[in-house]
Design a protein around this ligand. Structure first.
Ligand code: AMP
Length: 407
């Protein structure tokens, strides 16, 4: 199948050619026809599957055709709600690329920066608005934005909205939208709250499930180093001496941990920057573009800051600390090996993290090969992993709680 088979209009085909996309990804093959037929959509898919183009392309087409038919106005007609400013900027960039020949006006509004320029742009008239919940509500309250004319609403990364505590804001926003609208709902996972939220918002949706969360685990080459917490930094410096690591995105659990690691690496003359919630928007964007342009070799990030960032040809993802939620492991390693490129994921696992490693093994349904011949080998690295939990139950948030037998 190619993009022409999806009945996309010439201005989109031209843009796709400049992007050098030859074939639609599976989510694009399924979502584009449904959206063009004005259907609601419930898509279970994560970043890396081509989901942004799966909604952006048909939305541009619908709006372009409306304008051609003389039905245009200066009101916002499409709203895309996304949890982080990085994602908002990235989606805006996608609309810029895919809509390059459409003449449609789009804007991203997000917090952490002055609203001055955003308001100035809004006043010029916008067709497509990409927003994070907090800033959107602020601008709606100040009457800079009206959601009355929204024809199509996209909720992106609904599960992350839940994790970040934005669900009430999302519900507030949905209540301000016209009841009669088309809604596209995207989520990487479907815990019960998200299923309920989707049911409250969608009308007879087309359902698409693209990648089970374990898929990145099948394409990315993975390895784990068993190493004491106190030796992790030395092991990392040792590994970074290998030139095979052209670029590395390193995950830490905390902002403080990211800064500390950055400081230590810099002392070793490694070109590195950190992105996390305490960094200003300008600092984050600068670090990201320096990393993309290969001016720095290492980017240290926390999960929220790194969510959705798209870096082509990233050679390595390194989990300096394992995540508490196993799905996050798959999201993290999915930053490398994108669009068929080869990528490697290295994880450091300390003694106190072995349970987390077991949860990850369980989720991805495969053990990650353990590298034994390294200079910072854990004293009891040969010992087996901790006992398997006997069963799991699911709490309200869909998280798994382990239940162990009392001895
Ligand atoms: P997303 O899932 O939207 O974050 O997209 C992941 C990456 O895939 C982005 O770098 C897109 O530019 C790229 N991409 C999206 N669709 C295609 C396609 N049909 N062919 C090649 N690359 C694509």
């Amino acid at each position: 199948m190619d993009f022409k088979d999806l009945k996309l209009i010439p201005c989109l085909l031209k843009a796709l050619e400049s992007q050098q996309y030859t074939q639609p990804t599976p989510i694009q093959q399924q979502a584009i026809p449904a959206v063009l037929q004005h259907k609601d959509l419930l898509a279970c898919a994560q970043t890396g599957t081509g989901k942004t183009a799966a909604f952006a392309l048909p939305l541009i087409q619908l709006l372009y055709q409306q304008k051609e038919a003389g039905e245009g106005s200066d009101n916002i007609k499409i709203l895309i709600l996304t949890p982080t400013r990085e994602l908002a900027i990235q989606i805006d960039e996608s609309f810029k690329n895919y809509g390059a020949y459409s003449g449609l006006k789009h804007l991203a509004v997000y917090g952490g920066v002055s609203q001055y320029h955003q308001v100035k742009h809004l006043r010029q008239g916008i067709d497509i608005l990409i927003a994070t919940p907090g800033r959107l509500l602020d601008l709606v309250m100040q009457r800079y934005i009206s959601l009355q004319q929204i024809k199509i609403f996209v909720l992106d990364e609904a599960d992350r909205m839940l994790d970040m505590g934005f669900i009430t804001d999302v519900q507030k926003i949905v209540r301000k939208l016209p009841v009669k609208r088309q809604t596209l709902f995207f989520s990487a996972t479907m815990p019960p709250e998200i299923v309920r939220l989707s049911q409250s918002m969608l009308d007879n949706p087309v359902k698409i499930e693209i990648t089970p969360v374990s898929s990145a685990a099948e394409t990315v080459e993975q390895a784990v180093y068993l190493v004491e917490k106190s030796d992790k930094r030395s092991l990392l410096i040792h590994l970074l001496k290998n030139n095979e690591i052209e670029s590395a995105l390193i995950f830490t659990q905390t902002k403080f941990g990211a800064d500390k690691l950055c400081y230590a690496l810099r002392k070793e003359n490694i070109k590195v920057k950190a992105i996390h919630g305490n960094k200003s928007q300008a600092e984050r964007q600068k670090a990201l573009s320096e990393f993309k342009n290969k001016n720095i070799r290492v980017l240290v990030a926390t999960d929220i800051a790194a969510r959705g960032i798209d870096i082509e040809s990233l050679s390595h993802v390194i989990n300096f600390e394992l995540p508490n939620v196993p799905e996050t492991y798959v999201h993290r390693i999915g930053r490398t090996g994108r669009a068929g490129a080869s990528g490697k994921a290295i994880s450091f696992c300390g003694m106190e993290e072995k349970m987390l490693l077991r949860d990850i093994h369980k989720l991805i349904a495969q053990p990650i090969p353990v590298i034994n011949n390294h200079p910072y080998q854990m004293a009891d690295a040969g010992l087996s992993l901790p006992p398997k939990p006997l069963m799991y139950n699911r709490s309200r948030g869909g998280r798994r709680n382990k239940i162990f037998m009392q001895s």
